[in-house]
Structure formats: structure tokens, C-alpha cells
Design a protein around this ligand. Structure first.
Ligand code: NAG
Ligand code: NAG
Ligand code: NAG
Ligand code: NAG
Ligand code: NAG
Ligand code: NAG
Ligand code: NAG
Ligand code: NAG
Ligand code: NAG
Length: 744
């Protein structure tokens, strides 16, 4: 083994380097190349984390193979804490290894003595990667390793930690699984979802720094053969988790901070806003062209002072902060010719002095400029998506040789554009959960006539999708007019709901995005409208219940019924007649007693087959709901929850007490049992005794203005497949990633 050892000095700081603490690292490979002399060339980028001094020394060794050369670039600091507190920094360096053609795999390794001090007491660390050098029968190239990284410093308050999603992308589309490295410490009360590559908490986790040594492995999803230079080949069976194609280690540290009073995302802990790419997204950059990534976060009760970034060398970040605790960052990077075909991991977090947002990661695939020149537009509507390709931007494209995932769905052309329209359940459209988004994906591919001997056409692969956020948190969407929830059920197809706030009882003008925040007064009527949209011609909307809660949790024990079992419960609630797919209502604005400054309205809605006398819709108000009815699939959908809010009452209601009537509990109020109250989330500092009831201003104090931020957002909880709930985003129309590959 000794003769195969090469020392790499990525840094000149020989003397002091060994004393530096290790905070984690990651390796990402470029696709291995077979050179004309038959030898393999493997280039990898090594990112290493630290706090304040990011100069480091690496000494990779090449095991089980005679690596004939190691060529490494110098390592550069890629990111550091700009606030002067020295909380993180990261460096990246690249290394190119040449391996003789006789070898079937290569294994690289580096180690050191000094993890930063941690709860587990781990000291030594080893980083490693192992690649198979066989040519795959499916791609006719060498296998590509999974791509991953983390930011240097992951921090989360003890009480706010639920899970951490890690990046696990495979350029070949293989299955990636994450494991604790054999022999690695496993911090107690933490577990790893190997499939999702997500770290989850199973109990109380100690404050302090915990260190993680994970191994990412990729596995084929088809039976393939790997053929080696000497002509031998082996079969790799689909989903055989004993024989990974590549193993690559990911190491990071996670600091569990002391608890904070409020874990609501966007309060003290920054939350990413909708303009930020979603976790796991694949973005494209072209050589010699500046690539930019924009991310935006908000923390209403804290100050975001920087974004932490794990990115390639020479990535620059431009930070700016805005009103209401918002801040954004623009990352810029210009790939050079040497970066062609690199799949670059990029992770980022928004930072405050006290805590940090979730970590978001994307991958950036570097392509040649000519490859992605096609212009295409995707239009996402609640029930379908339409893709429009600009023929002029893709010379040589031929509608007769293009197909969707399901080739029986046809594309049409009008001479200048090629178009295709499909619902979310047809034409081979696939549903994918992408962390906080649900995406409907399809793609356009070129095909050849089965017996064509030669091909002169360009191969085309255009993936497109409509994405809908699954969970939208407070105020991140307040400026969006449309709030669509989309559901799919087998007998009803796809259908959607909008839930809007209107200016008046005419229900024509929605509260305009530019009008926010809107001042409202207690006793004013709030007009809200629910509209169902379905592809089916004859459906009826039924609002089974609507309740108000002081936060976005519809199951909060503190709630107030506006409608339940189809019966009106609040005497100020008025229904305005409309047609069968619209439900318009007005209710006098109220707030919860106690230190609650906002209200959410959650309604449970059902669509029924119009005219069916046995449907829930036909039954209307059921004062004494008997036993749970069996739902007939063909006549009504399951109840779906849609939420509107918060209606915010900023500032204290400093109205003379005598003029506020505490409307004591009558039949319409739901005083929860004492035990439930104490179990409710502690987001009030002082609850002024008594049962949570609705405050009603009894007298005519129309001059008493309560500086109120009247925000609209949509919160969807408990997403179940097929009952997924989401809201349309304005940016969805840009969700297309055109990607045409020139395979001439
Ligand atoms: C790689 O090549 C060296 C020298 O030819 C040989 O000793 C070693 O066993 C090979 N390793 C593998 C995994 O084939
Ligand atoms: C850490 O590494 C040193 C030197 O390589 C070795 O002597 C020591 O036994 C290792 N410690 C542990 C706990 O493995
Ligand atoms: C694990 O969590 C449980 C329940 O939260 C707690 O009682 C226990 O002390 C935790 N174990 C450790 C080692 O922290
Ligand atoms: C892969 O091959 C195994 C036998 O080697 C066979 O049982 C299995 O069905 C094959 N799977 C696929 C997806 O072709
Ligand atoms: C980064 O920029 C410096 C200065 O412009 C340049 O010398 C260096 O080669 C660049 N590194 C990479 C990896 O692009
Ligand atoms: C964050 O911490 C630094 C150093 O302790 C301090 O200078 C700065 O004022 C703090 N910022 C905020 C917003 O608290
Ligand atoms: C073809 O359809 C596209 C998209 O609908 C439209 O923009 C374009 O003007 C049409 N071209 C012709 C020649 O009708
Ligand atoms: C509704 O619209 C009509 C005419 O467009 C207008 O006269 C009326 O005042 C409106 N009603 C309300 C409540 O604003
Ligand atoms: C119901 O009314 C809404 C808005 O007023 C309208 O968009 C929709 O087309 C109407 N639906 C039917 C079935 O008339």
C-alpha cells in the first residue's frame, strides 16, 4: 500500500495546519474520463470546513491501485463569515488522479486527528471515496458518483430541530442511499432516513456540537453490466444494495443550540421565501457565462446578517437586507471551460446571530452554451400544464420525431411553435415530492424510427415541470393573488380551490397584492370566497366546516367554529349566494382573547357530483351528525383542508375596556378542557386567564383603528399523497429547465 501513497499538500501551511480543528468535508467527482492511452483520469473537488481559518492541509492517498499521478490545484477559501465573528469558512481545491487502465476501481482516502471538540468525543476523522471504473451498459460511460455537500456550520436550536435534509443527487439518475459510515459515532436520539437522506430527531438531543460521518452510495435501478478494460464484465442487478457503484463520504458538524422561545419559521428563525430555489433542484450553467442564484429569507423578529454558502471556487455573494426582517443574496459564478460537465453542489443557509434557516441545496450542471439554447415556456394552471417550444430557437427540431413520456399523447405544431397540453395525471406525467414542493414532471424526447440505420437529427430532451409548494409559511406568500390548492382523486381527476379575500360584498375585487398590508378594524366584515375548479363539468362545492385558529395549526386546541357540519355557528357569518362552485361569505373581524395577534381560517371543503341526492353536499347542515358516513367515491371527494390567513392585528388593542365586550361563551364557543389549554403551544407570554373566546367590539368605535397587517398566506399541513395540497406560484411559469443534448 505504501507505494501507492501520494502526499498532497493542498496548502502551504504545513506547520500549523495539523493543529487546526476539522469541521467536516465533502468530495465531489467529475465524471471519470478514459484517456486515449487507456488510462483513467478522475478529477475531484474537496471542500473542507472550518470556522475562522480555512487554510488546510490535505493528504489524499490512493489505495488499491497505482495512481500514476496526482495533480492538484491550490485550494481557495470559497466562503467565510462576513460579520467578523468567525463562525464559518469553507475552502475548495481540486485534484486530478490518473489510474492505470488495468484497474477496475479506485479508492481515495485522507485522514486527520482532530475533529473539533464534540459531544460524542470523536477525534480522528477519515474521508474516503471509492469508484468503480467499469463502463455501464446503460449510459456507455463510466459511472458518476453521488453529489453532495453541506455548509460549514449547521446550527439549530434544540427545540426547533426536527430534521435536516441533505443533498444526495446522482448525475446518472441512480438510487442514492445515505448511511452512517461503519464505525462512525451515531449521536443519540438522532436517526438517518437512508432513503431520503434526512437526519431526524427521535428524542431530546444534547446541546453542543455533534459530528457526523456519512457514506453516500449509488445503486442502479436497472440490470446493467459493467465492462472493464481487460474485457471482463460483471452484472449489477437493479436495487441490489450490496453492490454500490460508488461510495463517497460526507462529514459535517451540527451544533445544537439552547432552546429559543419561538420556533415558528420566519419568527426568529429565518425562513426562505418563494423566490428561493427549492431543495434538490437541478439548475444549469453554461461555460463562460455568469450563472446567478437568488435566495431570499425572512425573520420577522431577528436580523439576518449573512448567508452561509457552500459553493465552487470564485463564487461571489452579494448580500442585501430589506424591510420586515427580509434579506437576500445573489450568488454569481462563471464556469470556465474546465468546469464543463461538472455537477456542482451548492448549499446555503440564512444566518442570524442566534440561529440559522434550514439548509437548502441545489446542483448546478455545467453545459456547453449551445446545448441549452432552446426557448420554451411552461404554463401551469390548476389542472394542467402546457409546454410551448419555440422552433426557431432549436434548429432542426422536428415535431414528427418528438414524444412525451407517454408516446400516445401527441404534440402539435403551428409552424413557429410546438405545443403540448396534459393534465397532471395523463401523458406519463410523474409526481415527485421534492422536499417542500410537489412537482409534476414530464419530458419531451426525440425518437428514431425503429429500423433507421443512421441518424442525422439532433437528440432532444426537454424536461419540464409544474411545481407547487407543499407548505407555505406565514407571510411568504402574502403578495400572491391566487391561492390555489390542487388535489387529485381517481374519480374526480384533478381539481383545485382558490381561497381569497375580497374587498367588498360584490366579491369581484380581490385584495390586491400591492395593497398589503391592509388596515382592517375589528367589527369590519371580512369577505372571503372559496372557488372550486374542476375539469369535470358538473360538480358542486360544499363547505363542511370553517374554523379560526390563532396559528397555522388547524388542530390547535384553541379554535373558534364559524361553520361546522355544514351549519353556521357564528351569528355574524353571512353567506352570499353565488353558483354551485363558489362559496362567498362575510364574517365580522374578531380576534382571540389573550396575547394573540392573528387569526387563520381553515375550511374543510368537499366536491360532489351535482344533483346526487346521496352526496354530502345534498345533505347540508347536519345538526347531529350521526355516525361517520361511508363516502361513495364516485359522488364526492374526501374533505380537503384549505387555509387562509393570517389576519393580523398588529399592536395592542388599547381600546377602553368598557367598550370591549368579552363575549362570554355561548353555544358557538368551544372552551377547550383545561388540560388541552396547558398543552397548547407556549407562544403567548401571558394569557389573561379565562377561556379563549372571541373578542367582539360591542359599541360603534369605528375610529379605533388597529394598525393591522392583513396578510394572506396559505398553510397546508399533513400532506398525504393524493391529497396533496399546494398553491400556485407566479414563478411556476419559469419552472422549465430546457435541456437539449446534442448527440450527433
Ligand atoms: C490495481 O492495479 C494494481 C497494479 O496493477 C494491482 O496491484 C491492484 O490489485 C489493482 N486493484 C484492483 C482493485 O484491481
Ligand atoms: C487516531 O489516530 C492516531 C494516529 O493515526 C492513532 O494513533 C490513534 O490510535 C487513533 N485514535 C483512535 C481512537 O482511533
Ligand atoms: C433521548 O430522548 C429521550 C426522550 O426525549 C430522553 O429522555 C433521553 O435522555 C435522550 N437520550 C440522550 C442520551 O440524550
Ligand atoms: C435483473 O436480473 C435478475 C436476475 O439476475 C432478475 O431476477 C430480475 O428480474 C432482473 N430485473 C430487471 C428489472 O430486469
Ligand atoms: C478564481 O479567480 C482567480 C482570479 O481571478 C483565478 O486566478 C483562478 O484561476 C480562479 N479559479 C477558478 C477555479 O476559477
Ligand atoms: C451579533 O453579534 C455581534 C458580535 O457579538 C454583534 O456585534 C452584533 O451587534 C450582533 N447583532 C445583532 C443583530 O444582535
Ligand atoms: C403558434 O402558437 C404560439 C403559442 O400559442 C403563438 O405564440 C404563435 O404566434 C403561433 N404561431 C402562428 C404562426 O400562429
Ligand atoms: C357593488 O357594485 C355596485 C356596482 O358595481 C356598487 O354600486 C355597489 O356599491 C357595490 N357594493 C358594495 C358593497 O361595494
Ligand atoms: C361561478 O362563478 C364564478 C365567479 O363568479 C365563475 O368564474 C364560474 O365560471 C361560475 N361557474 C359556473 C359553473 O357558473
Amino acid at each position: 500500500m505504501e507505494e501507492g501513497t501520494f502526499l498532497l499538500l493542498l496548502f502551504s501551511l504545513l506547520g500549523t495546519a495539523s493543529a487546526l480543528s476539522f469541521y467536516g468535508d465533502s468530495i465531489s467527482f467529475m465524471a471519470p474520463q478514459k484517456k486515449s492511452d487507456g488510462n483513467f483520469q478522475v478529477t475531484f473537488y474537496h471542500r473542507q470546513n472550518s470556522r475562522s481559518n480555512c487554510q488546510h492541509q490535505s493528504s489524499f492517498t490512493c489505495e488499491s491501485g497505482l495512481c500514476s499521478s496526482f495533480v492538484q490545484s491550490s485550494s481557495f477559501e470559497t466562503d467565510m463569515d462576513n460579520t467578523g465573528q468567525g463562525r464559518w469558512c469553507q475552502s475548495e481545491g481540486s485534484t486530478t488522479v490518473t489510474i492505470p487502465s488495468s484497474n477496475t476501481s479506485v479508492s481515495l482516502r485522507d485522514s486527520g486527528c482532530c475533529w473539533q471538540s464534540n459531544v460524542e468525543g470523536t477525534t480522528n476523522w477519515t474521508t474516503s471515496a471509492e469508484l468503480d471504473l467499469g463502463t455501464r451498459s446503460d449510459t456507455h460511460t463510466l459511472n458518476s458518483c453521488p453529489v453532495t455537500t453541506t455548509v460549514s456550520s449547521l446550527r439549530v436550536p434544540q427545540n426547533c430541530f426536527s430534521n435536516i435534509r441533505l443533498l444526495a443527487h446522482d448525475p446518472d439518475g441512480d438510487l442514492v442511499r445515505c448511511f452512517f459510515s461503519p464505525g462512525a459515532p451515531v449521536p443519540s436520539n438522532l436517526s438517518l432516513d437512508e432513503t431520503e437522506c434526512t437526519l431526524t430527531r427521535t428524542g431530546q438531543v444534547h446541546t453542543g456540537v455533534h459530528v457526523f460521518e456519512l457514506m453516500l452510495k449509488d445503486f442502479t435501478t436497472q440490470n446493467i453490466t459493467l465492462t472493464y478494460s481487460d474485457g471482463t464484465s460483471v452484472l449489477r442487478e437493479a436495487f441490489n444494495l450490496n453492490t454500490p457503484l460508488c461510495k463517497v463520504k460526507l462529514q459535517f458538524s451540527l451544533e445544537i443550540l439552547p432552546p429559543i422561545p419561538n420556533c415558528e419559521p420566519g419568527h426568529v428563525q429565518p425562513v426562505f421565501l418563494s423566490s428561493t430555489p427549492s431543495h434538490g433542484e437541478v439548475l444549469h450553467a453554461t461555460v463562460d457565462t455568469r450563472f446567478q442564484l437568488f435566495a431570499e429569507a425572512q425573520a420577522g423578529h431577528s436580523i439576518i446578517n449573512d448567508f452561509q454558502v457552500s459553493g465552487p471556487q470564485n463564487v461571489t455573494k452579494a448580500f442585501s437586507d430589506g424591510p420586515n426582517g427580509k434579506a437576500d443574496v445573489t450568488l454569481s459564478w462563471t464556469p470556465r471551460p474546465g468546469d464543463l460537465h461538472r455537477v456542482v453542489p451548492l448549499c446555503f443557509t440564512a444566518e442570524t446571530n442566534e440561529t440559522q434557516s434550514e439548509m437548502r441545496c441545489v446542483v448546478v450542471v455545467v453545459t456547453q452554451a449551445s446545448v441549452i439554447s432552446g426557448k420554451a415556456i411552461v404554463l401551469c394552471s390548476p389542472n394542467k400544464m402546457t409546454v410551448v417550444l419555440d422552433i426557431a430557437s432549436m434548429p432542426g427540431i422536428d415535431v414528427n420525431y418528438l414524444k412525451l413520456k407517454d408516446p400516445s399523447c401527441s404534440l402539435t405544431s403551428n409552424g413557429t411553435h410546438i405545443m403540448g397540453t396534459m393534465s397532471f395525471s395523463t401523458c406519463g406525467t410523474r409526481l415527485e415530492e421534492k422536499g417542500d414542493f410537489i412537482a409534476f414532471l414530464n419530458e419531451i424526447n426525440s425518437f428514431e424510427l425503429p429500423n433507421a440505420v443512421i441518424t442525422r437529427r439532433k437528440t432532444v430532451k426537454i424536461s419540464f415541470s409544474c411545481q407547487f409548494p407543499k407548505t407555505v409559511t406565514i407571510s411568504s406568500y402574502y403578495n400572491l393573488q391566487d391561492s390555489d390548492y390542487i388535489f387529485t382523486e381517481s374519480s374526480f381527476g384533478s381539481f383545485g380551490y382558490t381561497f381569497d379575500i375580497f374587498l367588498d360584498a360584490n366579491f369581484t375585487a380581490r385584495v390586491a397584492p400591492t395593497a398589503y398590508p391592509v388596515e382592517v378594524r375589528l367589527l369590519q366584515t371580512t369577505y372571503m370566497g372559496i372557488q372550486a375548479r374542476s375539469e369535470l363539468p358538473s360538480v358542486t362545492l360544499f363547505v363542511e366546516s370553517c374554523k379560526a385558529t390563532p396559528d397555522d395549526n388547524p388542530d390547535n386546541p384553541l379554535y373558534y367554529d364559524l361553520i361546522s357540519n355544514g351549519c353556521i355557528q357564528d351569528e355574524t357569518l353571512k353567506i352570499y349566494p353565488s353558483n354551485q362552485t363558489v362559496f362567498n361569505f362575510g364574517v365580522e373581524t374578531f380576534k382571540f382573547t389573550g396575547n394573540y395577534d392573528q387569526v387563520y381560517i381553515t375550511c374543510s371543503v368537499i366536491l360532489c357530483e351535482t344533483g346526487n341526492p346521496f352526496s354530502r353536499c345534498a345533505q347540508g347542515c347536519l345538526n347531529k351528525p350521526s355516525r361517520r358516513r361511508r363516502r361513495a367515491l364516485s359522488r364526492e371527494t374526501a374533505p380537503h383542508s384549505i387555509t387562509q390567513g393570517p389576519l393580523r392585528f398588529a399592536g395592542k388593542t388599547d381600546v377602553d375596556d368598557k367598550r370591549v365586550l368579552m363575549k362570554s361563551s355561548d353555544t358557538s364557543v368551544n372552551p377547550p378542557a383545561a388540560s388541552q389549554v396547558s398543552a397548547s403551544p407556549p407562544d403567548t407570554n401571558s394569557r389573561e386567564g379565562g377561556w379563549p373566546i372571541k373578542d367582539i367590539l360591542n359599541t360603534n368605535i369605528s375610529t379605533a383603528a388597529f394598525g393591522s397587517a392583513f396578510l394572506i398566506s396559505v398553510v397546508v399541513l399533513a400532506v398525504v399523497i393524493r391529497h396533496f395540497s399546494r398553491k400556485r406560484k407566479a414563478e411556476d411559469q419559469n419552472a422549465l429547465i430546457p435541456h437539449a443534448e446534442d448527440a450527433d
